[in-house]
Design a protein around this ligand. Structure first.
Ligand code: SAH
Length: 351
């Protein structure tokens, strides 16, 4: 099998070039072709010598994943389903809004966190994605942008628990932000986590400027234990402390995500308790009206209930936004496209 190019660091590629009798600057050229030039094969890298292009092609794959599904929804959201060399499938999404062009990537096949309302975790976690597999999602989705448009934002909010795969994720994000990568500002990258305190601290110590989003979903220990089972192990206060530590170290305000589930966490007392938790914290709350998942009993609250929730928070001085749902027609909520594909196509889920 060919080596996935994006799983190698630029230094590793340079070493390989050296061993094959080529100057090290060729690595930079290859990078430029892939990241800027949107090349998907070595053949098209016209300023490389022919023999090098052939040698590269014998040994390396520019992309190791293949696109197996691509949907565009009426609002212009593109949803991609990629298949890894071992047959596992992952989703990524490209969203366009005003001047923003955002890609959302997955970090794992499945998810081990078990949030009760989420489609990604229904069958547990199968494996971590590699750095190259994460980068390929970014680039494959970006390559759907019109030639004159650039990627402006990256969110790590697809399938999987981002911080459970920190070791593969960070090199991918660093590459996206590197001048010889996509040159994206670190502040334009958002890492979303279920809230793993130790990993949040580890991320803080890496001293990047990534924006951290913590999936809170409940303002009390008891309710969070019900909705986000991993909370039984970590505890709400440890999550909040780690978020505070991230803010102190990075200077970046943390966002708390809160999926609104009808009758479960959208009640006036939930809004009040959430406001209490945000009191004296320089933080932001992003409410996500639930995207129903086939086979799960959860529902999105009424527009009135959402409105009431927002007003309660604002009245208490909490900075709050409601996420607009994009790509609902194409199952753009985590794990839903893969699930539909595997059910509908009659393909046995990879075990
Ligand atoms: N593991 C990371 C990334 C998950 S996806 C995390 O927990 O943050 C990003 C967000 O989408 C999370 O807040 C997740 O709880 C939420 N989510 C999952 N399924 C959803 C659904 N069906 N509707 C709305 N939001 C959902």
């Amino acid at each position: 099998m060919k080596r996935p190019l994006l799983d190698a660091t630029t230094d590793e590629l340079r070493d390989w070039l050296g061993r094959n009798g080529h100057p090290p600057f060729r690595a930079r050229q290859v990078n430029r072709w892939v990241f800027e030039g949107r090349a998907t094969s070595f053949e098209t890298m016209s300023d490389l010598p022919m023999d090098l292009r052939r040698r590269l092609d014998e040994e390396w794959a520019v992309f190791a994943t293949t696109l197996v599904r691509h949907h565009t929804s009426p609002d212009g959201t593109d949803k991609l389903l990629l298949e890894c060399p071992d047959g596992k499938r992952v989703e990524c999404v490209l969203m366009a809004e005003d001047d923003r062009r955002t890609v959302c990537v997955s970090t794992q096949v499945g998810c081990g966190m078990g949030c009760v309302f989420c489609a990604s975790g229904l069958k547990g976690v199968e494996r971590n994605l590699t750095t190259g597999e994460i980068l390929e999602q970014v680039l494959m989705a970006r390559n759907f942008l019109p030639a004159e448009e650039r990627l402006t934002n990256l969110v790590v909010m697809g399938m999987g628990e981002s911080l459970a795969n920190l070791d593969q994720l960070i090199p991918a994000l660093d590459r996206v932000c590197a001048p010889d990568g996509l040159g994206l500002g670190q502040r334009r990258v958002t890492v979303s986590t279920v809230g793993l305190p130790e990993k949040m601290r580890k991320l803080a110590e890496l001293d990047r400027q990534y924006h951290l989003a913590v999936s809170l979903h409940a303002p009390t220990e008891a309710l969070r234990n019900e909705l986000v089972p991993v909370n039984e192990r970590v505890g709400l206060s440890a999550v909040m402390e780690a978020a505070d530590a991230y803010f102190r170290r990075s200077g970046r305000q943390v966002t708390f995500e809160y999926v609104l589930l009808r009758g479960l966490n959208d009640r006036p007392q939930d809004a009040s308790a959430l406001a209490g938790l945000m009191d004296r914290r320089k933080a932001h709350v992003n409410l996500i009206p639930y995207n129903p998942v086939a086979g799960l009993p959860f529902e999105r609250p009424t527009a009135d209930a959402i409105d009431r929730f927002v007003r309660t928070l604002r009245a208490r001085g909490v900075s709050v936004t409601v996420r607009k749902t994009k790509g609902r027609e194409i199952d753009a909520a985590c794990g839903q496209l893969r699930r539909r594909f595997e059910a509908g196509a009659g393909v046995a889920a990879p075990s």
